[in-house]
Design a protein around this ligand. Structure first.
Ligand SMILES: [Zn+2]
Ligand SMILES: [Zn+2]
Length: 69
């Protein structure tokens, strides 16, 4: 069951096409971000203690909402 409809979404981080097989949509603001782009942005936030080496927290790059897959 996909989270997204039939529209094309674009990753808010890298700007390329995204779909529900490789991306998540923020439940708060609706921004779509690739899984790999979440990791890229999360890696820059390690000092916030939200991230450990084994646990990736999905933090929306647009609104800062933290969610889970
Ligand atoms: Zn991306
Ligand atoms: Zn958001």
């Amino acid at each position: 069951m996909g989270l997204f409809g039939s529209d094309t979404y674009y990753c808010t981080v890298c700007g390329t096409e995204a779909d529900d097989s490789n991306a998540e949509q923020c439940t708060q603001c609706g921004s779509v971000t690739h899984h790999k782009c979440f990791k890229d942005t999360s890696n820059a936030k390690v000092e916030d203690n939200l991230i450990t080496s084994d646990d990736v927290v999905l933090r929306c790059p647009d609104c800062g909402h933290v969610g889970e897959v």
